[in-house]
Design a protein around this ligand. Sequence first.
Ligand code: DX5
Ligand code: ZN
Length: 220
Amino acid sequence: MILSPSLLSADLGRLEQELAALEEAGVAWAHWDVMDGRFVPNITFGPPVIRRLRQASGLFFDVHLMIEEPERYLADFARAGADMLVVHVEAGAHLDRALREIRRLGIKAGVALNPSTPVAALENVVDLLDLVLVMSVNPGFGGQSFIPRSLAKIRRIAGMLAQEKSPALIQVDGGVAPENAQDIIRAGADVLVSGSAFFSHPPYAERLRLFEEAAASATV
Ligand code: DX5
Ligand code: ZN
């Protein structure tokens, strides 16, 4: 299990220190929720913020693009220092092109599915994926409740990836906490994103430990 804390719930006035604290706690990934006020009703960070924090952090930057026409900005985010770009199926007409472009930029490529988007949306791009992000809340805000139906969807995606012999990871984002992590991992998740449930309960090393315990008990 990989934990990717969502910086949306970090102290935004101290992002550099927050990233250092994550690294110190043993976390390997940081999840950036990029929102444009169009694809989702909220606006957050852009490439300049990521570029600045890239200088300060060695964490794997997992960048979740909740923006329309993501193709227009892929090179900017890659140059800013993203290690992986995740685009939404619903955000543009040219998913195949966007995924090929991310790979051409030399970084990992992922696709995100909103809660109402069927698993079949992955069928024709499965060979272009390093990761599938299953949204377990409607994107836009942190602190929402996990939608229980997401578990069945994770299982279906895990089945599809196994059948296609795809090494893509399954990431789950929205309402994830130590309390439901075991069920989510059992369903097939490899990467958990956690915002409010992670940052509201320091120390971070202790929080990470609770997620790791849930992962360990999911595999016995
Ligand atoms: C929702 C974002 C999530 C979210 C996670 O639009 O993609 O990453 O902020 O936050 P929690 O864990 O609080 O649901
Ligand atoms: Zn996210």
